[in-house]
Ligand binder design. Structure first.
Ligand SMILES: *Cc1c(COP(=O)(O)O)cnc(C)c1O
Length: 380
């Protein structure tokens, strides 16, 4: 709430929005000293900005990390965290059930630059063991995953990675910093899309990379300053306000998601409900170890495939059709025809995404109203 506040001489309550690109210097000597790194004042907003810095400091406190680098989007955080560390000939091991664009980065984009990637079933520790080899540079994973909510044993994978000298990068978007702290479990670098729960109100894009100070200074800065995926001060200001209500929103939306998951199981035509804290989740025990609640998203499978899903989407009156998630408005999507369309039928089969699957991001509406909306859409 209060961390990172850098109040100006005007004494504003809310953080000031420094919507500027450049900075002026009192004299040429100061300018020279800033460029020489002897004076830590601001130089240019691609390098740093007071509002962006307030967001970064608040994120550090929330995550329990030494350093944070704010970025323009979640994807620039993921790409920056990975690409800043590798060069041609390096080897990455990643879990298969990744956010679509994350999969593109490890499977298509980095290999174009000579980085070798091995993709594994993240739930299978033997697969990680077989894929990680001495000299593997990075291990990248997302847990719970999108949209099948698979859970990966972070501590076990981190132990394998560290034994081989690899760093562990975790996309913690679905869990949020409220429900899952991955640094104590062995993550070296944590990435977020600020677009999701951190803003959580559908307003802007943003991202963050959390790490040690040394990693930020020596690895991230030289890469990100020159490639330029800078977080806009305006977006940083929006995200700062989002952080103030993040805990309340995530805890409420998680409790609502659990209650909707429990109810949806018995609704007409529902084959299966996937939610990390349900007893029927294959890794329910691991979820309870790693997370303090199951998250704001649930996935369910209907009998009747795509036609039936589209029919339900047509009938929903409160929940909107959208591929976004973590919003205060409940949003639903049919992953096979939207977010995971590019994977192709075979790719979707490999990660268990079926034509009858719907992913629901639970918002802040009255939970009974949401259950009522699902009931009426499914009953017809
Ligand atoms: C949305 C998302 C991203 C990408 O974030 P953007 O802000 O859209 O660039 C990465 N990982 C996960 C798990 C996401 O849900």
């Amino acid at each position: 709430m209060r961390g990172g506040l850098d109040r100006s001489r005007h004494g504003e309550t809310s953080e000031a929005l420094y919507l500027n690109s450049g900075f002026v210097y009192p004299d040429a000597e100061t300018a020279a000293a800033r460029f020489a790194g002897e004076d830590d004042g601001f130089v240019y907003s691609r390098y740093g900005n007071p509002t962006v810095e307030m967001f970064e400091q608040r994120m550090c406190l929330l995550e329990g990390a030494e350093a944070c680098y704010g970025t323009a989007s979640g994807m620039s955080a993921v790409f920056g965290a990975l690409a800043s560390q590798v060069e041609a000939g390096d080897h990455i091991v990643a879990s298969r059930a990744l956010f679509g664009s994350c999969f593109q980065i490890v499977n298509t984009i980095l290999p174009k630059f000579g980085v070798e990637t091995t993709i594994v079933d993240g739930q299978d520790l033997d697969a990680w063991r077989a894929a990680i080899r001495p000299g593997t540079k990075l291990v990248f994973l997302e847990t719970p995953s999108n949209p099948t909510l698979e859970v990966i044993d972070i501590a076990a994978v981190a132990e394998l990675a560290h034994a081989a000298g690899a760093k562990v990068v975790i996309d913690n978007v679905f869990a949020t910093p409220i429900l899952q702290k991955t640094l104590p479990l062995g993550a070296d670098i944590v990435v977020y899309s600020g677009t999701k729960h951190i803003d959580g109100q559908g307003r802007c894009l943003g991202g963050a990379i959390l790490s040690t100070k040394e990693f930020k200074e020596e690895t991230l800065k030289p890469f990100l300053r020159h490639t330029g995926p800078s977080l806009s001060p305006f977006n940083a200001w929006v995200l700062l306000k989002g952080l103030e209500t993040l805990k309340l929103r995530v805890l409420h939306q998680s409790a609502a998601a659990l209650s909707i998951a429990q109810t949806t199981r018995s609704l007409n035509g529902v084959k299966r409900v996937i939610y990390p804290m349900l007893d029927c989740h294959p890794q329910a025990a691991l979820c309870r170890d790693q997370m303090t609640a199951g998250g704001t998203i649930l996935t369910f499978e209907l009998e009747g495939g795509r036609d039936r899903c589209f029919d339900v989407l047509r009938k929903l009156q409160i929940v909107d059709i959208s591929n976004n998630l973590g919003d205060t408005k409940s949003l639903i999507t049919h992953p096979a025809s939207t977010t995971h369309r590019n994977l192709g039928e075979e790719g979707r089969a490999e990660v268990g995404i079926t034509e009858g699957m719907l992913r629901l991001s639970v918002g802040l509406e009255n939970t009974d109203d949401l259950i009522g909306d699902l009931e009426q859409a499914l009953s017809a």
